[in-house]
Design a protein around this ligand. Structure first.
Ligand code: SF4
Ligand code: SF4
Ligand code: SF4
Ligand code: FES
Length: 705
């Protein structure tokens, strides 16, 4: 490593690696150099002149955001000349900027407002008429107010470099310069809102948040996105039990500031008008609202009666309920009802991967590995559409570390644009495609391999054997669909696996078998909609459904119990990389209960309280930590909002993974299984695209390469 460079900033003797920018070196020493256009992680722009500093022996002031430190350099950041320059820059930026802070969404967290308070320039010498352009709506999510724009180009860079979309550009010159969307008067893009969040002023604002509140009127609750398996932290702005916005500007989670449209905006299912807020019992062919006491007692009585006559139960769990709920549900099934008939919608072959890697402690990829490892191979998956954060990580890895990206997919994917090599293969031929990359991969110092449901069963073992044969360190990730798809597997919501991948004997029925079975007396569905696309006639049996909405399955139920969403409860979830994170309750929705409490109440009513133990999330998590292999994760990490990866299994799984039962939903950026149907923002984006007469596939391809 090259020797560090020695220099001084404001009299402090400092050292930094060669190439470090003055603005970064100052920040690390606790000295703030104000900036607008500079943004860590994106290309340098030097557009705003806010970061001017004095450097001894240099005749003019220098731009700290593009100047690398040098040996003997003497930098001064707060001389009268520097302070005057900042004030002039602000005065210049404000010449055309409307002073509408009292109505601007950014008021209270605007960088221009903050700087103006700090450095003055409140009085303008500019007496001419300002150039005005009307505000424009570019999409259901993105609005642009040109006069507020200070042309820092952060939005252009984050869209182009961070998202790999490139939907924003600049038109016109001088004072008439404006940011413009990719489709003339509107945007066709990921609708991620990254450009809105990174905008230092209120020039870009978001449809769902506009004019609803002020930042200081909200409570800010850090929790985990309810949608895909990437497990992004999202900080929800909540007022009066309504979520008003989502962002992660404090960069507190594994995802830093990244959020896709779902984590940033698709929280709106929580106050959808069709939300269930009272238990329902089917009385004479009609679902009628009843009290919680009546509903719980009705379910418990029926369960007890079936149990007493040795009847049969089937339980279908969820890919979105918490680890505690999944663990408690399978415990209820096995110890309370005496059945292994428990399953969930399986979306990726984690079981075969855990089995193939048995005994290795360092072979499961973390989400950080997608950013830090030297090479990444993506097999089958359209990551930008289905695993947006991991795709963002891989793009940043390519930009910052020149990582080599390889893609082997059936159709074009956005990652092809940055790939060292990309291969198109017929669906099912992915392994043969990878073989063609053998020599290139062998030459890499290390590798992450991520694969979707195109690789399952024996193919997973063949893929791991291929990785082993490369002679380099390889880490793997079996991509799954939803926020706790991985947790459902780890917690044993499977007919043949107990928590921690221990075999369950005799194996119970799979979800499909339960739906087909003619002799099942009770079907209990928790947070799932297995009858959505029922190909078969519904066979009448006692059906209990815990749900947020009256789904296709709930409509057929004898009892519907209204469940709290992921944003309305505490607990933990495990993302696709096996990282455990904490869900924090952000709001209450009247009439609902968390699934864990519902299951606990049914158990208590059946006299199972002793057998099942307490149903408080912290106590169940403690039981998980002590009894489920790999989950003895450090509590302080989880409690403080961090992510702790579960430990690998120290032996084989010894249970078949049933590849025929594994099927990803292949959601797009704007769908999210059952939950997506109740998100107004996701639906409005889909509808706005339909207005352009593009098919779903064309829409996706229009901003894939
Ligand atoms: S919403 Fe996202 S994809 Fe669309 S323009 Fe903004 S940054 Fe680009
Ligand atoms: S819209 Fe915002 S982020 Fe984009 S150039 Fe203007 S001020 Fe900068
Ligand atoms: S990438 Fe996944 S976890 Fe992250 S914000 Fe989007 S949907 Fe949520
Ligand atoms: S921050 Fe340096 S020129 Fe904008």
């Amino acid at each position: 490593m090259a020797d560090p460079v020695k220099f001084t900033i404001d009299g402090h003797e400092l050292e930094a690696a060669p190439g470090t920018l003055v603005i970064e070196a100052a920040k690390r020493a606790g000295i703030e150099i104000p900036s607008f256009c500079y943004y860590e992680g994106y290309s340098l722009q030097a557009a705003c002149r806010m970061c001017l500093v004095e450097v001894e022996k240099m005749p003019k002031m220098q731009v700290a955001c593009t100047l690398p430190v040098a040996n003997g350099m003497v930098v001064k950041t707060s001389t009268p000349q520097v302070v005057a320059a900042r004030k002039s820059t602000l005065e210049f930026l404000l010449t055309n900027h409307p002073l509408d802070c009292p109505v601007c969404d950014k008021g209270g967290e605007c960088e221009l407002q903050d700087m103006t308070f700090r450095y003055g320039a409140a009085e303008s010498r500019f007496a001419d008429t300002k150039v005005h352009v009307d505000e424009q709506q570019w999409s259901p999510v993105v609005f642009y107010d040109g006069p507020r724009c200070i042309l820092c180009f952060r939005c252009v860079r984050v869209c182009n470099e961070g998202m790999g979309v490139g939907a924003l550009g600049v038109i016109n010159r001088g004072v008439s310069s404006l940011i413009a969307p990719n489709e003339g008067d509107h945007l066709e893009c990921d609708e991620c809102g990254m450009c809105i969040d990174i905008c230092p002023v209120g020039a870009l604002t978001s449809g769902p948040y506009r004019y609803k509140t002020r930042p200081w009127e909200m409570e800010h609750v850090g929790t985990i996105c309810a949608h895909c398996s990437n497990g992004c932290k999202t900080t929800l702005g909540v007022r009066n039990d309504h979520i008003i916005r989502g962002n992660n500007r404090d960069r507190s989670g594994i995802n830093g500031e990244f959020l896709c449209i779902k984590g940033r905006y698709a929280f709106d299912f929580t106050d959808h008008p069709e939300r269930l807020q009272a238990p329902l019992i089917n009385k004479g062919g009609k679902l009628e609202p009843v009290s919680w006491a009546e509903a719980i007692s009705h379910v418990a009585k029926k369960f007890q009666e079936v149990k007493d006559r040795n009847g049969s139960f089937g339980i279908i769990g969820s890919t979105r309920t918490t680890n505690e709920e999944n663990y408690y549900l399978q415990k209820f099934a096995r110890l309370g009802l005496g059945t292994n008939n428990i399953d969930h919608h399986r979306t990726g072959d984690v079981v075969s991967l855990i089995d193939a890697l048995a005994g290795r402690t360092d072979a499961l990829a973390t989400s950080d590995d997608f950013y830090n490892r030297k090479a990444v191979l993506l097999v089958g998956a359209d990551m930008s559409m289905q695993q947006p954060f991991l795709a963002f990580q891989a793009r940043a890895n390519y930009r910052h570390h020149q990582a080599h990206i390889y893609t082997v997919t059936a159709g074009p994917v956005r990652e092809d644009n940055i790939a060292a090599r990309f291969l198109r293969v017929a669906p099912g031929d992915e392994l043969a495609g990878i073989e063609q990359l053998r020599d290139a991969l062998k030459a890499e110092p290390e590798l992450v391999i991520a694969f979707n449901d195109s690789i399952k069963g024996d193919k997973v073992r063949q893929l791991v054997a291929f990785g082993d044969s490369l002679g380099i360190p390889v880490r793997y990730c079996a991509l799954v669909d939803y926020s706790n798809s991985r947790g459902a597997i780890d917690m044993g919501v499977l007919p043949d696996l107990l928590p921690g991948y221990k075999p369950a004997t005799p194996a119970g029925m799979s979800a499909d078998e339960m739906l087909e079975a003619i002799d099942l007396d009770v079907l209990w569905v928790v947070g799932s909609n297995p009858l959505e696309h029922a190909k078969r006639e519904w066979r009448k049996r006692f059906l209990v459904v815990q749900e947020m909405f009256l789904t296709e399955t709930a409509k057929l139920a004898d009892v519907v119990l209204p469940a709290a969403s992921a944003y309305e409860k505490n607990g933990t979830v495990t993302n696709g990389c096996g990282e455990v994170q904490r869900l924090k309750k952000a709001l209450n929705t009247m009439g609902t209960k968390p699934d864990l409490e519902i299951i606990g109440l049914i158990g208590r009513e059946m006299g199972l309280a002793q057998t099942l133990g307490p149903w408080f999330p912290d106590q169940v998590f403690e039981e998980i930590r002590t009894s489920v292999h790999g989950y003895n994760v450090p509590l302080p990490i989880i409690a403080t909002g961090g992510a702790a990866q579960v430990a690998s299994l120290n032996g084989p799984v010894n249970v078949a993974s049933h590849p025929n039962l594994i099927q990803s939903s292949h959601d797009t950026l704007f769908t999210s299984g059952n939950l997506g149907k109740y998100s107004k923002i996701l639906n409005s984006v889909m509808e706005s695209r339909t207005g352009t007469n593009k098919s779903d596939a064309e829409m996706m391809e229009s901003y894939n390469p």
